[in-house]
Design a protein around this ligand. Structure first.
Ligand code: GDP
Length: 587
């Protein structure tokens, strides 16, 4: 039989999808529910979610994506036979203080030693290092926002993750997070065991810990490349670069240099006198100055193009990061960009994407990545993502430390996805968007323009001037994520002596109270041969045919029971009476 093919555009409603798959809509909603998505029939699902659901439901369906416009399209372009070797794209990741920044700095100073490294400005999202006449592109993933930002936008870009592990500290939570990221992004991992100059350095211990996370070092017969380095003393870094190139060669990383340029926006900001300054990473084709580009819903003409050091550049080939000016407005971090033939086409495409984006925004925030994250949270732990902004570094540190100390009873994972000094910025909102993230500001301002953006993107921003009030708010937020506490108190026991009438929704019976008491409103468990066979609720209690509020141990009574399903109560059954309170959990 031929495989059924279903074609969808960027998103599809639950109802439309069920019809296309020819399955009852309730099955689909049930499947989504199992994966942590409460969907209504009008909810929109994105392509990734749909493909995961098709797998989950075990349907023999081939899913095809209809490429309408540029939104989210094209990141995984398959190189043609004319493709040529391109630089590998590398992300340096690891636990805080393990030496990522030092490693990047040393590499840059060493490898771009033409005196310009010092002139590198902020807002650089990617660097290139020249090793043995070949280029390696490093994505900069500053601060805590790294994982979140990368996860949402750059996963498709990263070929290799250099996992920095301090030899005196070993594998730590963010190390594990980086390993998970690399695996989910399908990137190769090369481990840089750093700080080997320190007397406390213990490389074998790190190797043993890596093995526990399925990264068996080559030295120990596995296939994970590890390189012992000292980022500070510039030791082992040449070997690390050799290994990066070797890995790139094994993977035969290629891209087409001919044809229209496309790639990803990796950073963007406004600069006085220059307007929108946008960092792009070309992934296919070649970008020249003077060409028109569409990125998300904005477009522009490349006026000035600079390399990462700030030198003018006339063209950019795949895996090259460049900084361009000439966009009419700011595109977003993570937007896909593509060359247009002329201004008219650029304008038209940008407008079409704008409409498409609006439609998507109006519907749902459930992305495939969110779904994957939910699915990978095997123990169903809830997450609370937080961005912290404060007036001074001391406050940032103190708030972050305090947040880490909140005891969430192991039920909620607090993730600080971004932190820093200064007012809440557009970039903070970008980091927060789509990830159930709250931005907390302490003694800072929320500029009106940012407030609007946050409102538009449904991001909650909360400003406090007293630290404990901020922490209390976080605790309330955590409490709202905790499952309610269910408290059951045993009230009594009754032996069934007679069953008088049974219907679907009630039973009338008589019995003897053995222990405690019975009263209307109590819940009850029907126990037969030591097994609980049903649960129901006491409706009314009677003694000598008169309704009473309760009957106590030693008394005979009549009772009516409210049931949801028919219960075939039998003489000899025992009823355990209890009350159940459901209370929101407190920390
Ligand atoms: P990041 O948080 O991972 O970016 O870590 P940093 O690069 O900021 O490094 C944290 C601290 O470790 C700094 O004080 C660095 O000077 C120190 N550090 C980094 N690499 C080395 C190293 O190879 N040897 C020693 N002894 N210290 C290092």
């Amino acid at each position: 039989m031929e495989k059924k093919v279903v074609v969808i555009t960027n998103s599809v409603t639950v109802d439309e999808l069920a019809r296309a798959l020819m399955i009852p809509v309730t099955d689909l909603i049930g499947g989504l529910f199992k994966n942590g998505i409460m969907a209504t029939i009008n909810q929109r699902l994105d392509f990734e979610t749909v493909s995961i659901m098709i797998d989950e439901l075990g349907l023999d369906v081939e899913l095809k994506k209809k490429e309408t416009a540029l939104v989210g399209g094209g990141h995984h372009r398959v190189p043609s036979e004319h493709a040529v070797r391109r630089p590998p794209i590398v992300a340096v990741m690891g636990h805080v203080d393990h030496g990522k920044t030092t490693l990047l700095d040393t590499l840059l100073n060493k490898k771009t030693a033409d005196g310009e490294a010092g002139g590198i400005t902020q807002h650089i999202a990617a660097y290139q290092v020249n090793h043995d006449g070949r280029l390696i592109t490093f994505l900069d993933t500053p601060g805590h926002s790294a994982f979140q930002a990368l996860r949402q936008h750059s996963a498709a870009l990263t070929d290799i993750v250099v996992l920095v592990v301090a030899a005196d500290d070993g594998v730590k939570p963010q190390t594990i997070e980086a390993i998970e990221f690399a695996r989910s992004a399908n990137a190769k991992i090369i481990v840089a065991i750093n700080k080997i100059d320190k007397p406390e350095a213990d490389v074998s211990r790190v190797m043993a810990e890596l093995s526990e996370h399925n990264l068996q070092p080559e030295e120990w017969g596995g296939n994970t490349i590890t390189v012992a380095v000292s980022a500070k003393q510039n030791e082992g870094l040449d070997k690390l670069l050799d290994m990066i190139l070797l890995t790139a060669d094994i993977d035969e990383l290629k891209a087409d240099e001919d044809g229209p340029a496309e790639g990803l926006v990796i950073e963007s900001h406004m600069e006085v006198g220059k307007g929108a300054v946008v960092n792009l990473l070309v992934t296919s084709g070649t970008l020249f100055t003077g060409e028109f580009l569409v990125a998300g819903k904005v477009y522009g003409k490349v006026r000035v193009m600079l390399d990462f050091k700030g030198s003018p550049k006339g063209k950019a080939t795949p895996a090259t990061p460049v900084k361009v000016t000439g966009f009419k407005e700011l595109p977003n971090f993570g937007d896909y960009f593509k060359e247009a033939t002329d201004e008219k086409e650029a304008r038209k495409t940008a407008a079409a994407i704008g409409i498409e984006m609006q439609n998507e925004l109006a519907t749902t925030n459930t992305t495939g990545l969110d779904l994957l994250r939910k699915m990978s949270d095997s123990d169903n732990k809830k997450r609370l993502n937080i961005v912290v902004k404060a007036d001074v570094q001391g406050s940032v540190t103190s708030i972050v430390d305090n947040l880490k100390m909140i005891d969430t009873k192991g039920l909620v994972d607090i993730q600080i996805v971004g932190s820093g000094v200064g007012n809440v910025s557009e970039n903070d909102v970008r980091v927060a968007v789509g990830g159930d993230t709250i931005i907390y500001g302490f003694s800072v301002e929320l500029p009106a323009s940012i407030k609007r953006i946050a409102a538009r993107d449904n991001v909650s921003v909360r400003i406090f001037n007293v630290i404990y009030e901020l922490l209390d708010d976080v605790k309330k937020e955590i409490e709202s994520l905790l499952p309610p506490e269910v408290i059951e108190t045993e009230m009594g026991e009754l032996a069934v002596r007679g069953v008088f009438r049974t219907s679907r929704s009630s039973v009338i019976a008589g019995g003897e109270v053995l222990k405690g008491k019975i009263a209307s409103g109590y819940k009850l468990r029907v126990v037969r041969k030591h097994k609980v066979i049903a649960e129901a609720e006491v409706d009314k209690v009677q003694r000598e045919k008169i309704e009473v509020s309760e009957a106590v141990a030693g008394e005979m009574c009549g009772l009516s029971i409210k049931t949801e399903h028919k219960i075939n109560l039998e003489v000899g059954d025992r009823l355990e009476l209890f009350i159940r309170e459901v209370k929101p959990q407190k920390l």
